[in-house]
Design a protein around this ligand. Sequence first.
Ligand code: ADP
Length: 317
Amino acid sequence: MKNVYILGECMVELSRTGDGLLKQSYAGDVYNTAVYLKRAFDDFNVNFFTAVGEDSLSDDMVAAFETEGVNTEMVQRSKDKAPGLYMISVDEQGERSFSYWRSDSAARQIMQFVSAENVGYLCMGDLFFFSGISLAVIAPNERDIFWQLLRKLKDSGVRIAFDPNYRARMWSDKTEAKIQFERAFRLSDVVLPGIDDLSQLYGFTEFNKIQDFCSAFGIEELVVKNGPDSVCCIRNGEFNEVAIKPVQQVVDTTSAGDSFNGVYLGARMSGVEVVEAVNLAAAAAGEVIQHPGAIAPKDAFEQAIRPLVDQSVAVAS
Ligand code: ADP
């Protein structure tokens, strides 16, 4: 059984319903990735390494992880903190905006739980996945613990995957983000940026520029997502541009990149070739964006994606 560890934060999500009420759910970039990876590859052990509180909302959140089949053995409990929260507002033009209450969340303390025992578990993983948001959430004075951990995982032979997922408001300035991201690039085997991440941070708008820049970091597999346009990948010098079939009825693009990441990584770990893995990941993201919110209904997602995954995995093995 493949063993995946995913580091980051899940938040309580509040969205308004038409009748003036609030709907509560749970989401966060790497958590979304964990959910879609598990839904598409049921035989994987997908572990979420995060911290929540000891309050009842945290209990409900952990119960939601379990409902999704995400392994909660690495979910840590902070004694004095609670989960972060965000609220989605939609204006009259249908534009979404987000308000966050996450600056003092339990997940910020996650590095305090990097014990010898937990490092031992993480070192047994086949893959460790984190994002630029996971990095931004770690308290700055505890970042060294993270980099030592990542180096240890790498030295233990764990495959490392990273999505920069740049969010300007989570960093004091671009330089701070760049320093952290470039450390991540250097230690990662697989990097999955959205083109927007790299254009905002470095001004790159073309794959060639991104490729040149990334070549200095020794990344084995670079997969650059560009919305409905295409996905460009380079693995060990072999370049592929994969066209995306645009979805006609886009309802909500939240979590497009996250679901793409989960299914791409699962497919690659199952022996599926890069281009086919992109096709599966794009099918998953294409399904997710036809539903509101970060987490699409389980049945609809599984019915659309599982048969495709099963077929590709059967061909690959
Ligand atoms: P991110 O969410 O990280 O910014 P993108 O916007 O590039 O990433 O979207 C991730 C993936 O979602 C794309 O690679 C593509 O497969 C899929 N996707 C996004 N928008 C569309 C769309 N309008 N039609 C079909 N697929 C889409």
